[in-house]
Design a protein around this ligand. Structure first.
Ligand code: SF4
Length: 444
């Protein structure tokens, strides 16, 4: 559903490459990638995972090509896969050549462990003949040992130099169909490496925080790195590297791009209030139930779960649809307007029903179909709840009064502040004086 958009930083201008049918760079939508965790030789198992990844939002999927059986598996997987397949190659240049024979849409080479210039040129020449792009996948953890020594560690400069060195080998055979990644598990290092790389090349960039770890910390690290760069206009394709089911990676990638307004919403955006003293329901439980009930339906709308009808419909008036609790009832609202009141036990079912109708019929039609008595009933429940709990249900104002009372200087009624200290300089307890009963600890 349309909502006001705020422009992000202008996207960096890059050349475009094609990974099978998916354009990367050159103004194309930012694509989501993930990687299978199955043995590539297990064709049916790998295909099942690729289909699950595509359903969760992956535009491109990578599979390892680490042995002859994996290359043979790729030959069987590629024609049946719903998205382009990238072969991940380390150490063995003959596996890159075999993956090209298998018909993959792209190769990923690690310059840290495929280091012989002759072999690299050989792969690039064959990729050029086949019209297949290559990702130069530099990784801080497996940096070329000479560059590690030269730079005194895996610095941003070392990662960038590794990528440029590989590019120079490709250039010797006239191969330029390249995207690049300079990943690290250290987020500031990864951010700086990509920033420096973006300054010196116009090849599209594949963003990722490598070995980010299991969620939730892994999700936070990956998002910190990827989102920072995307917000600066850097990045053309992304992958979350999580220690989790790869479906989580694809889902997170897709959700990040939707949250940043870089891809059109395909699925649900569930928002919920943080709950407070006014909540009439267990917001966490109801939000979870709503998420589970709505998620699989892939409805491209924003849905709000709010703890009370006193403030909920107003606080979430931008949501397409929402539910707010009050007096054992669920108050269903569309764009902040109450359209139906249902028993509390039916809140989630009513939310799902209305969400499907909104997608089918549109917001305006559902607003027109509102129960005319719903607004009045909500107003009456709101007034009753306000009467029962008062305007300060969280006790915030009472606490503010308490703070003010305690901070008032005795006698004059004026609030104490740093401009009017309650002790004279030099007195015990004044700033710069040792605390009463304590001498300075530095021995001076
Ligand atoms: S006032 Fe109501 S909607 Fe707002 S946080 Fe509290 S319970 Fe949730």
């Amino acid at each position: 559903m349309a909502r006001p958009t705020v422009a992000m930083a202008r996207r960096r201008t890059t050349r475009q490459i094609m990974v099978g049918s998916v354009p990367v760079g050159g103004g194309a939508p930012i694509s989501v990638q993930s990687m299978t965790t199955t043995k590539t030789a297990d064709v049916d198992g790998t295909l099942a995972q690729i289909y699950a990844l595509a359903a969760a939002g992956a535009d491109i999927v990578r599979c390892t090509c680490n042995e002859a059986e994996a290359a043979e598996g790729l030959a069987r997987i590629v024609p049946r896969a719903p998205v382009p397949i990238v072969a991940d190659v380390h150490f063995h240049h003959e596996m890159a050549l075999a993956a090209l024979d298998a018909g993959v849409a792209c190769l990923r080479l690690n310059p840290g462990n495929l280091r012989k210039p002759g072999e690299i040129r050989n792969i690039a020449a064959k990729a050029k003949d086949r019209g297949v792009p290559i990702r130069i996948g530099v990784n801080a953890g497996s940096l070329h040992p000479e560059l590690y020594r030269k730079h005194g560690g895996a610095t941003p400069e070392a990662l960038v130099e590794s990528a440029l060195l590989e590019l120079s080998y490709f250039a010797e055979v006239g191969f330029e169909d390249v995207k690049i990644s300079v990943k690290a598990s250290n987020v500031p290092l990864m951010i700086e490496a990509y920033r420096q790389l973006a300054e010196v090349t116009d090849h599209p960039l594949h963003l990722g925080v490598t070995e980010a770890g299991p969620p939730p910390a892994g999700l936070v690290k990956a998002t910190a790195g990827i989102a920072t760069l995307l917000a600066e206009g850097i990045g053309d394709t992304i992958r979350y590297s999580l220690t989790a089911d790869p479906v989580e990676e694809a889902r997170a990638g897709r959700q990040l791009l939707e949250a940043l307004g870089l891809r059109e919403r395909k699925g649900l955006d569930l928002i919920a209030c943080p709950s407070c003293g006014r909540a009439e329901i267990d917001v966490i439980r109801v939000a979870k139930e709503a998420q589970e009930a709505l998620e699989d339906r892939k409805l491209p709308i924003q849905v709000a779960v709010m703890g009370c009808v006193v403030n909920g419909p107003g606080e979430a008036r931008e949501a397409d649809l929402g539910i707010a609790a009050g007096r054992q009832k669920g108050h269903l609202f569309i764009k902040g307007k109450i359209v139906r009141v249902v028993p509390e036990a039916e809140m989630v079912a009513a939310l799902v029903d209305e969400a499907e109708k909104i997608v089918e019929q549109g917001i305006e039609a559902r607003l027109a179909a509102a129960d005319p008595s719903a607004e009045g009933e909500a107003a009456s429940d709101r007034a009753t709840l306000l009467g029962a709990k008062g305007p300060d249900a969280n006790g915030s104002e009472a606490r503010v009064e308490l703070i003010r009372k305690h901070l008032r200087a005795p006698g004059d009624g004026a609030p104490a502040s740093s401009a009017s200290p309650s002790v004279e300089p030099g007195q015990s307890g004044a700033p710069g004086s040792p605390a009463p009963g304590r001498e300075r600890e530095d021995g001076s």
